[in-house]
Design a binder for this molecule. Structure first.
Ligand SMILES: O=C(O)c1ccccc1N[C@@H]1O[C@H](COP(=O)(O)O)[C@@H](O)[C@H]1O
Length: 209
């Protein structure tokens, strides 16, 4: 079970997430969890040999990616916007890092889009579609119907996201069949502020599932 804690923006959360496999830094300024590349580098330095570092971007330009990577080493690029398969392929080739493509899921038909991305990405992150008018394309504490992925062949390794919490993650894994999970809102004390106890509880619950 791969566990990712997304939206790390302070040292206490970073320490609490040390038992996860992946931590995510949000490089999308409208998010309340956004960090600068320099801040992400400082946070990474607080845990030696810790989880892999995922940079979350929304329709990034090459310049944004290059400037970010010059300031903070990242292990995986999470693309959470409207990036096409061609754009994913171009980013992967230019920056030489694994790409995790986030896709919004609201119906079984949305899973049909995975086939076009499978040859050019390394991993999927399946999240709920952002509700109409939502200010962010993700990180909205919204779950999707976990039965949609049950028994369905997903053509790359994948993480389940959207509305997960320490209390529901075990059931989400059981119903969806997910081999990995990702959380942001569900481990926060208030919007954009991680609760270290909830972070640790989420990691433990996912590991035990
Ligand atoms: O977390 C954010 O602020 C964010 C902003 C823009 C795109 C994606 C974002 N978060 C991702 O969404 C999933 C689900 O979030 P939640 O647990 O439902 O709040 C999160 O894990 C991030 O990968």
């Amino acid at each position: 079970m791969l566990v990712k804690i997304c939206g790390i923006n302070d040292e206490a959360a970073m320490r609490a997430a040390a038992g996860a496999d992946l931590v995510g830094y949000v490089f999308f300024p409208p998010s309340p969890r956004a960090v600068t590349p320099a801040r992400a580098a400082a946070l990474s330095a607080t845990v030696s040999g810790g989880p892999l570092r995922v940079g979350l971007f929304v329709d990034p330009t090459d310049d944004q990616l290059a400037e970010t990577l010059a300031a903070v080493p990242l292990d995986i690029l999470q693309l959470h916007g409207e990036e096409t398969p061609d754009r994913c392929a171009a980013i992967r080739a230019r920056f030489g890092l694994p790409v995790m493509k986030a896709l919004g899921i609201a119906s079984a038909a949305d899973l049909d889009a995975l086939a076009a991305y499978a040859p050019v990405v390394d991993r999927f992150l399946l999240d709920a579609k952002a509700p109409p008018g939502a200010p962010l394309p993700g990180g909205n504490a919204a779950p999707f119907d976990w039965t949609l992925t049950a028994g369905r062949a997903i053509p790359r390794p994948w993480l389940l996201a959207g509305g997960l919490t320490p209390d529901n993650v075990a059931e989400a894994i059981r119903i969806s069949g997910a081999p990995g999970v990702d959380v942001s809102s569900g481990v926060e004390a208030s919007r954009g502020v991680k609760d270290p106890a909830r972070v640790a509880a989420f990691v433990a619950a996912a590991r035990a599932a």
